[in-house]
Design a protein around this ligand. Structure first.
Ligand code: PEP
Ligand code: MG
Length: 594
């Protein structure tokens, strides 16, 4: 992090500061910030003198009014496009915000226990939520999360910080500054309201970054000390290409930023013009580049970038921002929309990967000590088979509308794969019994993202119909590095020789059993890495749509013989930086990488 005090600009007397982070989503943005502190801290905890009780109760009442107003505004703003379910959730939140029991109890704690409003509120919400949870009624237990959500809204109002819900729909678009954003918060963002995103934690493969790239919003993540340096209403220039922000830039820096932004836009447009050209290596071999998507609306964006279908649809985003899981029909309609948008190109639907850093409150997941090692993805699906069956039935029905494959995340043992296959078979029978149409055969494959699956790749290849290597998690688990830790980002390299060996083993297993193998982690969207992957034998990659034009260019620059040659050389190296250096030495100039 480097401070760079500049001369006062004509627009602001605030200090100009440059902060370094990690490039989360490419692009440039400049705008005023809205600071969103979504950390559930429970707020301040202090005792208040007796005579301050009236003021404290007033403060609480004003916060409740603010939170209620905020919810009403959201209701109005989303009235047109909200589903009936979403509207009823908002209405329920409103009732809870204004709930008298909640108010009376908070007031009692302020007046009798002399707690400050934040403390009184969080203690009350905690108690009410735990009563709802312990009653044994699943419906009421579900409501406990709603209570917590509503409590957070009031706490946010007490601290004077904006929440994502409160982002003004009718005001100028802004740069969001936050500690982190959960899928629930990011999913509601749109490019017309949000110019850029800057977060204190996160890495290139954390979900905030993935979603920002999907939405094509420039983002810098992992900016240490961000919330201590940036305030509401500061002007921030976001450089999502180099992973840097400038707070309150002075005129020269603004102009420099503007120039880079224009060059970036021109390059993006030039690349998009190539979208319909075949994707081939310099020696003429076709390579399939598909897109990773999180939201159905991205399917069209993917095509506009030249994607040859969807290689990974992360369906877990369907589960966030709602108080109950989607119904079979909702799943089906969503998948159908994606399939029809890209027809006749293929779509790979991944069953939900909930848990880990993709937390969905409505499912009441247990709190694991190590969430990434806990009840996540297929483990959750097998523990709650009714959830997985609903999704599988919908996927099977959607197969009637175009080429479709189903992929299972986080498979760690053959037993899990077999158990999913049995559920898949049951779902197929139920779809048939209900008289729905479907494709005669739907390939069922797996992600290889847990080291055990890569080590046993041959055994898995015998049973899975295709395999897709998820390097984001493979790196996390093989190198024991939390994927959202900026401090450990230096260790979490997909160029690590251990990762290259695991990938090579999976590719060999696929070839031995004639199973298609693809790779869908962030490694696929790195130009140098893409060359290495061709050399390792991969002919299909899936990545965020915006990376496709650059990867197409890299592929067009190299022959398979060159790629194989560099991957052989890399195989003899022992550190990630040696591998990267070797690739840079050979290809940096040709690929125009500095
Ligand atoms: C991966 O782990 O590489 C992957 C593609 O899945 P996700 O990023 O959704 O965990
Ligand atoms: Mg993964």
């Amino acid at each position: 992090m480097s401070d760079q005090p500049g001369p006062p600009s004509s627009t602001s007397l605030a200090q100009c500061v440059v902060l370094d982070g990690i490039a989360g989503s490419p692009g440039y943005a400049i705008g005023r910030t809205v600071v969103v502190d979504t950390r559930r801290q429970g707020g301040a905890r202090r005792h208040i003198p007796k005579h301050a009780a009236d003021d404290e109760v007033d403060r609480f009442t004003r916060a409740v009014e603010f939170a209620a107003r905020e919810l009403r505004e959201v209701e109005e703003r989303t009235r047109e496009r909200a589903t009936r379910l979403e509207s009823s959730i908002l209405a329920a939140y409103l009732l809870m915000v204004e709930d008298e029991t909640l108010r009376d109890e908070v007031e009692r704690r302020i007046r009798i226990d002399h707690l400050c409003a934040e403390w009184a509120l969080s203690a009350t919400v905690e108690e009410m939520a735990s009563q709802l949870r312990s009653g044994g009624d699943p419906y009421l237990a579900e409501r406990s999360h709603d209570f917590e959500f509503v409590g957070d809204r009031i706490l946010g109002a007490l601290s004077g910080r904006a929440s994502i819900l409160a982002l003004p729909g009718d005001k100028a678009p802004c740069v969001i500054v936050a500690h982190d954003l959960s899928p629930t918060e990011t999913v509601g963002l749109t490019r017309d309201r949000v110019l850029g995103i800057v977060t204190e934690v996160g890495t290139r493969t954390s979900h905030t970054a993935i979603l920002a790239r999907a939405l094509e919003i420039p983002a810098v993540v992992g900016v240490a000390g961000l919330l201590g340096r940036v305030g509401d209403g500061d002007v921030v220039a976001v450089d999502g290409v180099h992973g840097r922000i400038v707070v309150n830039p002075f005129a020269e820096l603004m102009a420099e930023h503007e120039g880079r932004s224009q060059r970036f836009q021109a390059a993006v447009l030039a690349r998009q013009k190539l979208r319909d050209r075949p994707i081939i290596t310099r020696c003429g071999v076709p390579i399939e580049l598909r897109a990773n998507i999180e939201l159905p609306s991205e399917a069209e964006v993917a095509l506009s970038q030249g994607a040859r279908g969807i290689g990974l649809y992360r369906t877990e985003f369907l589960y966030v921002d709602r108080s109950s899981p989607p119904t079979e029909d909702e799943h089906y309609e969503t998948y159908r929309r994606v399939i029809e948008a890209v027809m006749p190109l293929p779509v790979t639907l991944r069953t939900f990967d909930i848990g880990g850093d993709k937390f969905v409150s409505s499912l009441q997941l247990p709190i694991d000590m190590n969430p990434a090692l806990g009840l996540r993805a297929v483990r959750l699906g097998l523990a709650r088979p009714e959830l997985l069956l609903t999704q599988l039935r919908a996927m099977i029905r959607a197969s009637a509308h175009g080429p479709l494959r189903v992929m299972v995340p986080m498979i760690a043992s053959i037993g899990e794969l077999r158990a999913v296959r049995a559920l898949f078979e049951r779902a197929r029978q139920e779809v048939d019994a209900a008289g729905h149409a479907r494709a005669p055969h739907i390939p069922l494959g797996m992600m290889v993202e847990v080291p055990s699956a890569a080590i046993m790749a041959h055994e898995f290849a015998r049973e899975a119909e295709f395999m897709s290597i998820g390097t984001n998690d493979l790196v996390q688990y093989a190198l024991a590095v939390d994927r959202s830790s900026p401090e450990l980002a230096y260790l979490a390299s997909f160029f690590d020789p251990a990762i290259l060996r695991l990938i090579a083993g999976v590719v060999r297993a696929g070839a031995d059993y004639q199973r298609p193998v693809t790779l869908c982690g962030a490694m696929a969207s790195d130009q140098l890495a893409s060359v290495l992957l061709l050399g390792l034998g991969l002919r299909e990659l899936s990545m965020e749509a915006s990376a496709i034009p650059a990867i197409r260019e890299a592929i067009a620059e190299v022959t398979l013989a060159e790629a194989a040659d560099v991957s052989r050389e890399a195989a003899a190296l022992v550190t990630a930086s040696e591998v990267e250096r070797c690739l840079l030495d050979r290809f940096a100039e040709r690929l125009d990488i500095d």
